[in-house]
Design a protein. Sequence first.
Length: 170
Amino acid sequence: MSVYEIVLKRRSIRRFKKQDIPAEMLDRLIDALIWAPSAGNLQARKFYFVRDEETKERLVQAALHQRFISEAPLAIVACADRRIYNHYGERGESLYCLQDVACSLMCMMLVACELGLGTVWVGAFYEDRVSRVLELPSYLRPVAIVPVGWPERIPSAPPRVQRAEAVVWV
């Protein structure tokens, strides 16, 4: 599949099979995360790969009881490293590190789709609770939780806005 085809094929998956992800696939996901571009190549991001069932259950509680987080064999908690402030100031801390995390996750989600894995971006959670669950240092801010696993089913594509609504030509 081309990258374009993968972009069109990718779906948010919230139902997963109880099947482990092979180590070589995990390596590919990690490569996709760390090879994504970042502001000033500072790579102001950290990823927690959570496979422990008890920890995933605690993440479910921190994420408004979104049960599918614990049903996936892997939950990736993506964190922004606020120490980027030292290089880029307030804009680095409030924007660039968040963009770094988002770019990394999108690259990883596309590679996951290419491998036949499903993912979903979860942004609804209590940051302080996720920080406590993972005992994050104060400079790391949890930005997203992404469950990863084998899709139980792949939903049809939801509607999209028209090009004229999304793009302004100048």
